[in-house]
Design a protein around this ligand. Structure first.
Ligand SMILES: C[S@@+](CC[C@H](N)C(=O)[O-])C[C@H]1O[C@@H](n2cnc3c(N)ncnc32)[C@H](O)[C@@H]1O
Length: 300
């Protein structure tokens, strides 16, 4: 990846997965340590419809205000239960939740007395996070290029399937490398992903429900090209529709063994595998989630 930065303003452009981003350099000039924040050019939340429609940047459009209605059941109660499960495994702050979305985990961490900051790409979800958090820092940016200094955090969290979004799996590896870079030498990294096998076995190809007063159809399938788990949401024929529909979601279907290998390749040791947010041990056949609690164990 390369940036064309203006020398005076430290603002410029970058290309990722064929998409044009604006880049802004931030950091410590005397120490010559730099990080970059990236903003998608044409981001629908600030500039009208995103001009890129090839599916590879779906994640920049799908996490809008409607996401909050579609995933209403993913709430603060679940986040509070999970926070207790992490504390029981001695996961210690300061915390950084990458892809924090509407801030339900940040809120639970704050309620549990922890210091936490969050990063997300979605302006509408960050706006919601600002409403639910009385303080704390929230940063808008891309998980592949984190705007934090190295070794700043006791724990980095990547929760509720916020991984596997990119067309190029090297970008997923970049996310892990960035998470490790900002961890203290003994820091914890927590990856909460779906359990691929169980998810595919129980996949409901089509379902209907009402969202924000509109009847929608959700379709789910496995695309062998990743393989990816794909989902579309559309208004039922004859419905008035909703802003944000139709929409698509796409997640690379990493198997547990692939995720174990990925974290190991980034110098992380698994200290626990949960199968749900309560901290129950992972069971390959049954668990809905595959949650890895890992630690750097002073390997740097
Ligand atoms: C499934 S949501 C999870 C949100 C939050 N962790 C939770 O559990 O409520 C995925 C989040 O990833 C964010 N996201 C997607 N692509 C991103 C990227 N490239 N960089 C940073 N955040 C991203 C979305 O905006 C969204 O908030």
């Amino acid at each position: 990846m390369s940036f064309a930065l203006d020398r005076d303003t430290a603002v410029g452009g970058a290309d990722l997965a064929g998409t044009r981003f604006r880049a802004r350099r931030i950091g410590d000039a005397p120490a010559r340590r730099w990080a970059y924040t990236l903003f998608m050019v044409g981001d629908s939340s600030t500039r009208g419809p995103c001009p890129v429609d090839d599916g590879d940047t779906w994640f920049a459009r799908a996490f809008d205000a409607l996401y909050l209605d579609l995933y209403r059941h993913r709430d603060g109660r679940e986040a509070a239960v999970f926070t207790r499960a992490l504390q029981a495994k001695e996961v210690r702050g300061p915390f950084c939740e990458v892809a924090c979305g509407p801030g339900r985990f940040l809120r639970a961490l704050a309620d549990a007395g922890e210091t936490a900051c969050g990063l997300d790409l979605s302006a509408p979800l960050l706006a919601r996070a600002r409403e639910v958090l009385s303080g704390g820092s929230l940063v808008r940016g891309d998980m592949r290029v984190l705007p934090f200094r190295g070794g700043a955090f006791g724990a980095v969290l990547l929760l509720f399937t916020s991984f596997g979004y990119f067309a190029d799996p090297d970008d997923d590896r970049r996310v892990l490398a960035e998470a490790v870079r900002i961890l203290r030498p003994d820091g914890s990294f927590v990856l909460d992903f779906l359990n691929a096998g169980a998810t595919v076995r129980s996949l409901v190809a089509m379902s209907r429900r009402e969202v924000a007063g509109v009847r929608v159809v959700e379709r789910r399938w496995v695309d062998p090209r990743g393989p990816f788990l794909r989902k579309t949401v559309e208004a039922e024929p004859g419905e008035a529709g909703l802003p944000g529909l139709p929409r698509g979601e796409r997640v690379r279907l990493y198997e547990p063994r692939e995720l174990r290998a990925l974290v190991a390749a980034h110098g992380l040791t698994v200290v626990a595998e949960f199968g749900d947010y309560e901290g129950t041990s992972f069971e390959a056949e049954e668990s809905a989630r595959f949650i890895l609690v890992t630690r750097l164990e002073g390997t740097r």
